[in-house]
Write a protein that binds this ligand. Structure first.
Ligand code: COA
Length: 366
């Protein structure tokens, strides 16, 4: 995984850097890789005017192996991983993501993200991504009585964690709770400090049929209507619930067996709602987990120890693989100051759009 920041390197530099680290970690060279599953949003959204990225990757890696590009907006990393796990007849598959994204003007970045929403009723009505999530959160607050203070605690936790993660944008830059509570409003009631941070970066994962120290024991993927307000239950994400169910069944475990999780906190509200969708809390009781401190780094179920999308940063497609990067290093016990106590089974949760495509993966130390 590269450092997540506003670096103005090219997307292929991020791809190269992340894959070299992954190859070293696996004691492999590019010649050992049989196929690559690549993901990015910027080709689909039109950035850089460079759509045939798989062929450019062939140049960079000096290889002629199959390279597939899969896009599923913010959920691209997880969907690429899910795809690689399903590929038969390949020994070593590299899953790769790279985004040069956040060095464009805010209006451009916001418009790229908006292109993931439904065109007629959402895009043309100006339903920017923070607005869509703010409306979901307004309904959740009304239904279940959670508060904005609960969300501030989530942002605070994730910023505290990122301050200990050298690859996070907010490394060594902790943010005080008052600054979070007083940050400017972006879309009522969500504030700047409730939003994920758009950054550039890349991440890579190698899936091997050879025995490794970490195994993917559960893999679930589900999709849902693109139009958020056309869903039966607007306050929760059915695709998360379905992907999680598949992953838990696949792994033969229950939510209470998970030691730590990286959750898709595109907004602090999405993190809270996901505690419930993933089975860590009962419906409407997600706020209890943050109020009790259970999900802090030293709690019984640490969540987003990497700093999450909020404070590590969110380079769209690279996020799902960066989550795997964190869990693998936590399971191995080599996360220094931010290492969690119990680290045998970890979960990653990656969402595309406002819940339209979701993957859940469960990783176990062997
Ligand atoms: N949290 C904390 N700080 C943030 C931030 C965030 N979410 N977003 C921007 N900043 C900081 C920047 O680092 C910068 O700080 P600096 O002046 O110290 O360098 C400052 O705020 C201004 O940055 P800028 O990029 O101009 O902010 P912006 O107003 O364009 O963007 C948002 C703010 C909230 C609109 C943007 O972060 C956003 O859209 N986030 C959500 C992204 C999203 O929806 N992703 C898809 C989710 S699946």
């Amino acid at each position: 995984m590269t450092k997540f920041d506003y670096s103005t390197k090219n997307w292929w530099d991020f791809a190269y850097e992340a894959s070299i680290e992954a190859l070293k970690d696996a004691s492999m060279s590019m010649g050992d890789i049989d196929a690559i599953v690549f993901t990015s949003i910027s080709s689909a959204a039109g950035g850089e005017h460079q759509t045939h990225k798989v062929s450019l990757l062939s140049d960079i890696f000096k290889t002629n192996i199959p390279i597939i590009e899969i896009a599923s907006v913010c959920g691209g990393g997880g969907v690429a991983l899910w795809t690689a796990l399903k590929m038969k007849g390949f020994k070593n598959v590299m899953v790769l993501a790279a985004e040069k994204f956040a060095d464009n003007r805010s209006e451009v970045v916001t418009d790229w993200i908006l292109s993931a929403a439904e065109k007629v009723y959402e895009q043309t009505e100006g339903m920017l991504f923070p607005t869509q999530n703010a409306l979901i959160w307004q309904m959740y607050m009304e239904k279940y009585g959670a508060t904005m203070d609960d969300l501030s605690l989530i942002a605070y936790k994730n910023h505290q964690n990122a301050a200990l993660n050298p690859k996070a944008y907010f490394y060594k830059k902790p943010v005080e709770i008052e600054k979070i509570k007083n940050s400017p409003e972006v879309s009522f009631p969500l504030r700047l400090m409730d939003c994920s941070l758009s950054v550039n970066g890349g991440a890579a994962v190698i899936i091997s049929s050879d025995k490794s120290d970490i195994e993917v024991v559960g893999s679930g993927f589900a999709t849902d209507h693109i139009l958020t307000f056309g869903r039966e239950n607007i306050t929760h994400f059915k695709a998360t619930q379905m992907a999680a169910k598949i992953a838990y069944e696949d792994a033969g475990i229950k939510p209470e067996n998970i030691d730590l999780a990286e959750i898709h906190d595109a907004f602090t509200s999405v993190e809270l709602i996901s505690y419930e969708d993933l089975g860590f809390a009962e419906m409407g009781k997600g706020a209890d987990l943050i109020r009790s401190g259970e999900i802090n780094r030293d709690g019984s179920l640490p969540i987003n120890v990497s700093g999450g999308l909020k404070a590590k940063g969110h380079p769209i497609s690279a996020t799902g693989l960066a989550q795997v990067y964190e869990i693998v290093h936590q399971l191995r016990g080599d996360c220094a100051e931010r290492q969690v106590r119990k680290h045998d089974i970890g979960l990653t949760h990656n969402i595309g759009g406002a819940g339209g495509s979701v993957t859940v993966h469960i990783l176990k130390k062997i």
